[in-house]
Write a protein that binds this ligand. Structure first.
Ligand SMILES: C[S@@+](CC[C@H](N)C(=O)[O-])C[C@H]1O[C@@H](n2cnc3c(N)ncnc32)[C@H](O)[C@@H]1O
Length: 203
């Protein structure tokens, strides 16, 4: 995987206040009443921790699995900050969703926040589905969440130049630069070429 998960504190910052999906998973768990829950690609525990907080009162256990050491380290740190009652209902494990083995099996496997979209090949996706099937108790559920691309916006993007020019009107030092000094332009490819090379595209 790329470096995008090497800075978990930035991940948490980017997702601070994102709680719509947490509400969804809490309602799901209240409704399904599983005893053991596994989150694949749990990251820093953004969803795992609230599930365990309620699990401490209602009796379910939560396991978070992730393959990125930095994310897991942050998850362990976040776990160390909750009460012993909550942390007793929560475990983080290092592992790859292609090959994990939950012992004992679980009742609910969730993959929130489009983590599955890291699997680019169909055979990888199928391998994960097979692992989930093998690790669920009879009657267990597998819930995966994926963002559907906005195909209209994607198609529109073909009509736009591949970059945006940021024009800084006055050169001021980075500390004091204000929004009024920055202009976003929607240039043509010709504009971009001239900006980069000082020449016209077809001279
Ligand atoms: C978008 S983040 C989601 C984190 C967390 N579920 C959340 O909702 O905040 C995707 C996570 O999936 C993990 N991941 C990606 N590929 C994985 C794999 N093959 N096995 C386990 N974890 C993986 C990444 O390390 C990252 O923490």
């Amino acid at each position: 995987m790329s470096d995008i998960y090497r800075h978990p504190e930035e991940y948490d910052l980017e997702h601070s206040g994102d709680d719509e999906d947490i509400g969804f998973y809490l309602s799901l768990v209240r409704t399904l009443q599983p005893k053991k829950i596994l989150e694949l690609g749990c990251g820093t525990g953004r969803i795992t921790l609230p599930l365990a907080t309620e699990g401490a009162r209602r009796g379910w256990e939560v396991i978070g699995l992730d393959s990125q050491p930095e994310m897991l380290q942050r998850a362990q740190h976040n776990r160390s900050e909750v009460s012993p009652e909550i942390s007793a209902h929560l475990r983080f494990v290092a592992g790859d969703m292609h090959s994990f083995c939950a012992e004992p099996k679980v009742d609910l496997i969730i993959v929130p926040c489009s983590s599955l979209s890291h699997l680019l090949e169909l055979e990888d996706q199928i391998a994960v589905f097979q692992r989930c099937f093998a690790n669920l108790n009879p009657g267990g559920r597998f819930v995966a969440e994926l963002t559907m691309p906005n195909l209209a916006a994607y198609s529109d993007s073909f009509n736009m130049p591949p970059r945006t020019l940021v024009e800084i009107v006055k050169w001021v030092d980075a500390q004091s630069i204000g929004l009024e000094d920055v202009h976003l332009a929607r240039p043509t490819l010709e504009d971009v070429f001239i900006e980069l090379t000082g020449k016209r595209l077809r001279e």
